[in-house]
Design a protein around this ligand. Structure first.
Ligand code: SF4
Ligand code: SF4
Ligand code: SF4
Length: 309
């Protein structure tokens, strides 16, 4: 399917904001992350997460959203889809397409694949629970850009596909992200952001996107969406321990009057983080909506972004 005409959306290519032209490209050229600026950027990452705790305050909230390019008026921009790599197939047919299939399909279509040198979120937090080497992958032109800036290196398709399997084994969550402010991090010029294609393998502890989402106002939270899979609780198995509630990046879980976890299906993005925190095996990530045909179609449907892979 031609992703530029997916669904009822008209073809709409990313158009850089005029007010940012010049200024943002200057910052990208002069300051954007390079090996020499990697450490200061890690500190900025931590500040971004710390700042997100105030996103709901009347004075600082709007400023933060502007800085992070999460302006509610800019509905086309900065969003992501969750491609959980560990879904439950017990209730599904044998030939079902799973999120991992779409991730691998996207990688197979790329003309060039690069891995970032390390997971910038785990590096910033000195993560000891998950490896830094299984991290963001950038495709085609975006891959070449991170390699040129020496913050990434080329990998083969075979290696990329093996990393998807490794991420699943490690319990990392796949996220396809298009976050406009990342042009400053990875060094894309404003005009080339339509080529920005990033497939991340994220941990529940350090991921900036998950942590911002956790603190965010609902208008920002809803920029992350499920790929068609969400989590449900088996009330018979749930012991009401509450371990799943705090880690949920969407703040989608509450405890019912009879002490059973309840997941709000309007908010759940199917990341499966709650499942990994449940010692009683009471949570399943199952398909609740049909999946689209490709990762690009999610970008197109959500933000009308015809990204170029
Ligand atoms: S978005 Fe995910 S893979 Fe990318 S740097 Fe952050 S945690 Fe690592
Ligand atoms: S309820 Fe579970 S699967 Fe849904 S968003 Fe929260 S942690 Fe992720
Ligand atoms: S972690 Fe599991 S047992 Fe505990 S409240 Fe959540 S679903 Fe129930």
């Amino acid at each position: 399917m031609d992703h530029t005409t997916a669904g009822n959306h008209k073809k709409q290519i990313y158009t850089p904001k005029k007010s940012w032209l010049g200024i943002s490209d200057w910052i990208v050229d002069k300051i954007g992350v390079r090996p020499a600026t990697w450490k200061p950027v890690l500190k900025v990452f931590k500040l971004i997460v710390a700042g997100s705790k105030y996103m709901n305050t009347p004075l600082f909230g709007p400023i933060y959203k502007r800085l992070m390019m999460f302006d509610p008026e800019e509905k086309r921009y900065s969003h992501g889809t969750i491609f959980n790599l560990n879904v439950d197939l017990s209730e599904q047919g044998e030939s079902v397409v799973v999120p991992m299939d779409l991730v691998k399909d996207m990688l197979s279509k790329a003309s060039f694949i690069a891995s970032s040198n390390a997971c910038i979120c785990r590096d910033a937090n000195n993560c000891s629970d998950y490896p830094k080497e299984v991290c963001c992958l950038f495709l085609s032109k975006s891959g070449k850009t991170v390699v040129e800036h020496r913050v990434g290196y080329e990998i083969s398709l075979e290696d990329a596909l093996a990393r998807v399997d490794k991420a699943a084994e490690l319990g990392l969550v796949g996220q396809a992200l298009w976050v406009e402010v990342e042009q400053f991090i990875w060094g894309f010029s404003n005009q080339t952001m339509e080529h920005f294609v990033e497939m991340c393998f994220c941990c529940p502890c350090c991921c900036v996107a998950f942590n911002i989402s956790k603190n965010a106002s609902r208008d920002v939270k809803k920029r992350f969406r499920p790929s068609g899979w969400t989590s449900q609780v088996d009330g018979e198995l749930c012991q009401g321990c509450e371990n799943c509630i705090e880690p949920c990046p969407q703040v989608a879980i509450t405890l019912s009057a009879d002490s059973k976890a309840v997941i709000n299906q309007d908010y759940c993005v199917g990341c499966g983080i709650c499942k990994t925190h449940c010692e009683y095996d009471a949570i399943r990530v199952t398909q609740t909506r049909p999946m689209l045909g490709s990762v690009q179609e999610y970008f197109f449907e959500d933000g009308a972004l015809a990204l170029k892979i």
